[in-house]
Design a protein around this ligand. Structure first.
Ligand code: NAP
Length: 545
């Protein structure tokens, strides 16, 4: 089945060899018997975990939950070492998956897909790469991740900087030697807060350039033991099934109480217990309305603020770190290890660039309004053109030469985050309009991969050639995604969920906030109703459903 030619005709092309692309290849090739080529820009498997090798890179989802569930033997034979897996451990896991299912022969590494055009005359996608490939495929499947288009801010002078600079999402494989160096870190999102404490332990001095203070929950890495992980394994079937039907893909029992129905003392005790346990449980296990009700949210926000003040010894630095301009959890909640404590070190300085803005990068460092910061290394932990960026960087054209980037110019338009009208047989794994980044990713990835391969299997069995979203179904879904988001507090923050981190990007809430379980139910219903909302065409018959 493996083909070597760069001009092959294939059943399916999959872009990306992270969690999504690897599992998609396995399903299509090994279950449906299709010819599949995966194109991967990196030189090996891993996706996010191939690129993000910055110091301290670790997953915020707990290890026993951040893994595949589709193969019981795979789940049982792999043992995680602790509560949160570090990047090298996840990469080892994904390499193990690649070997176990013999995936590499069908992955073309070091190859970036540059264009994908739907050929209406052939009902095929014509796909081109930067390595000169031009292949035809019936199915074009994007497994390109939601956070893979790195964003380095356009600050004047970077070209003339005489030191070294890096983006966290494209970290050198050989690592970076920070010993004795003066390091500037721009950005305090998930990547920055993981990297800063580790860099501070190695560097001569670290200057953090912070735009928006964030709320963080401690990780408490040490709170999970080997015994716990072994016990979890024994209960995997139950755990995995439960995580499929929850709000965020974690099998935690959500609290049903409002933060406003208990008195101050009890509320504080509940927050304290969750704070001691650490991690995302703080969001669900405390109160039911933190993400929905501003007054309830304020109680959680104030609790975190008090923790910052308790931890950071210098009151002026503490106040700079206290978030005030957005509700708790309205941006991606950050899970930290020693982040606030790091500001008690002698070799760490915080620059609040809202009040002391960056003016330019000079040959020797970063100049802010109030002075020069001499640096040997700048680390940009400045995030991504999230969710749509990975798509708009590929020249994707559907029926009539319609350009996806233009169709999405005012925000992504999809049906279920899986398909976009006018782009037949193009399927998106964790595309915009699906729970994706609001969930434990492997859960959403497995659900999409399985749903897509079921649809492809249905098409093969029924002699159908083409599946695409009906325009009305898509419009309804886009409205639904917006309506659900409007009932949350997400819209009150300038987050990458809304594209607010990218100058000029339309302010549209991109993921689906209705919950993993509800979403899965909806997708299942669509399939059970004969792929309601899709237009399916095959041979002479045309079935509009
Ligand atoms: P991010 O959350 O978008 O954070 C980027 C940071 O850079 C923010 O502090 C942002 O400030 C700042 N920034 C952006 N542009 C800037 C500019 N022009 N000047 C100054 N500061 C600027 O990016 P990230 O930390 O890479 O994380 C992205 C997402 O990846 C996370 O939310 C998470 O979903 C995922 N991730 C997960 C993990 C994990 O599981 N442990 C680790 C890393 C990343 P503003 O807040 O003001 O925009």
């Amino acid at each position: 089945m493996t083909t070597d030619t760069s001009r092959a005709e294939l059943d399916a092309v999959v872009v990306g060899a992270g969690f999504s692309g690897m599992y998609m290849l396995h399903r299509l090739r090994d279950l449906l018997g299709l010819s599949v080529r995966v194109f991967e820009a990196g030189d090996d498997v891993g996706g996010t975990w191939y690129w993000n090798r910055y110091p301290g890179a670790r997953c915020d989802s707990e290890s026993y939950l951040y893994c595949f569930s589709f193969d019981e033997d795979l789940a049982q034979e792999w043992s995680w070492s602790g509560k949160y897996p570090e990047q090298p451990e996840i990469l080892r896991y994904l390499n193990h998956v690649a070997d176990r299912f013999d995936l590499r022969p069908d992955i073309r590494f070091g190859t970036r897909v540059t264009a994908a055009h739907f050929r209406e005359d052939l009902n095929r996608w014509e796909i081109e790469s930067d390595q000169g490939d031009r292949v035809l495929a019936r199915y074009f499947i994007t497994a390109i991740g939601c956070l893979s288009a790195g964003q380095v801010p356009n600050i004047e002078g970077l070209d003339g900087f005489e030191g070294d600079w890096y983006h966290t999402g494209a970290w050198p494989h050989e690592g970076v030697d920070f010993a004795g160096k003066r390091v500037g870190v721009v950005g305090t999102g998930s990547s920055g807060v993981q990297a800063i404490p580790v860099i501070a332990e190695q560097a001569g001095h670290v200057t953090v350039f912070q735009r928006t203070p964030q709320y963080m929950i401690p990780a408490r890495h040490g709170t999970v033991t080997r015994e716990f992980l072994e016990e979890a394994k024994r209960n995997y079937n139950e755990i995995f099934e439960k995580r499929r039907w929850t709000q965020s893909g974690f099998p935690f029992d959500p609290s049903e109480r409002s933060a406003l129905e208990v008195d101050d003392e009890e509320r504080r005790a509940i927050y304290e217990a969750a704070w001691e346990q650490g991690g995302f449980r703080f969001l669900s296990a405390t109160f039911s309305d933190i993400a929905l009700d501003r007054r309830a949210n304020d109680t959680a926000a104030e609790f975190v603020r008090s923790k910052i003040r308790d931890t950071v010894r210098d009151p002026e630095t503490a106040e700079k770190l206290v978030p005030r301009d957005h509700p708790f959890a309205s941006k991606r909640t950050l899970i930290d290890t020693n982040y606030y404590e790091t500001y008690n070190r002698e070799n760490v300085t915080l620059v609040d660039i809202r009040h002391d803005p960056i003016e330019e990068i000079t040959a020797s460092g970063i100049r802010t309004r109030d002075g020069d910061h001499d640096l040997d290394i700048i680390v940009f932990a400045t995030g991504y053109d999230a969710m749509t960026g990975p798509f708009t960087r590929i020249d994707i054209r559907g029926r009539g030469g319609a350009v996806l980037k233009e169709k999405w110019a005012e925000g992504p338009k999809t049906y279920l985050g899986l398909v976009s009208a006018g782009f037949p047989n193009m399927f998106m794994i964790t595309g915009p309009g699906s729970p994706s980044v609001l969930s434990n990713m492997p859960v959403s990835i497995e659900q999409h991969v399985e749903w897509i391969s079921d649809l492809v299997g249905h098409m093969l069995a029924s002699g159908l050639e083409v599946a695409e979203a009906a325009a009305e179904a898509e419009a309804e879904w886009v409205d639904h995604v917006n309506e659900v988001a409007s009932k949350t507090l997400y819209l009150l923050a300038d987050s990458w969920y809304l594209g607010a981190n990218i100058p000029g990007k339309p302010r549209v809430f991109m993921p689906y906030a209705g919950g993993v379980g509800n979403y899965r139910k909806r997708c299942d219903e669509v399939a059970a109703a004969g792929y309601e909302g899709f237009v399916l065409r095959g041979g002479e018959s045309v079935a509009a459903r």
